[in-house]
Design a protein around this ligand. Structure first.
Ligand SMILES: [Zn+2]
Length: 142
């Protein structure tokens, strides 16, 4: 009868919603159990973007946004990096040796470092003096 048909329809809708939400979960969009007082009409939350979304329709639209896709890629990379096994002692020794060797070849001495620091300080002084009294955005080369 009518009631059974309605019940079946509702069950179908529930199933549909569950499938939709499973799809949304893969994009880290979850239905909020208790809407926050700030966003009472927002049913979903995207955890990678930290944005509230009104409904399923909005969630589907959100999945296609560039910002969301970018955040998803970053999240994916982060997850993969975390899943990497820890380095072995041999690998650590190799990295240490490579860093020390590079520092020996390319590094600067403490004396060089001090000289460079003082050059930077002098340049900053010059720039400040030259720029004082001028409004930002005007041509500094005169
Ligand atoms: Zn998102």
């Amino acid at each position: 009868g009518e009631e059974a048909r309605l019940a079946a329809e509702e069950a179908e809708q529930q199933l549909g919603l569950r499938q939709v939400e499973e799809r949304l979960h893969r994009d880290h969009i979850h239905r909020v159990a208790k809407p926050s007082p700030e966003y009472p009409n927002y049913q979903y939350l995207c955890k990678v973007c930290s944005v509230h979304i009104e409904n399923v329709h909005g969630a589907y639209k959100h999945i296609k946004e560039k910002r969301h896709k970018k955040n998803m890629t970053e999240k994916q990379e982060e997850t993969e990096l975390r899943a990497l096994p820890a380095p072995s002692a041999g690998q650590l020794r190799a990295v240490d040796a490579a860093v020390m060797e590079t520092a020996r070849q390319q590094g600067i001495s403490e004396r060089d470092f001090e000289v460079r620091t003082s050059v930077v300080a002098r340049m900053e002084e010059v720039i400040k003096t030259r720029l004082s009294g001028r409004s930002p955005g005007c041509d500094i080369i005169s």
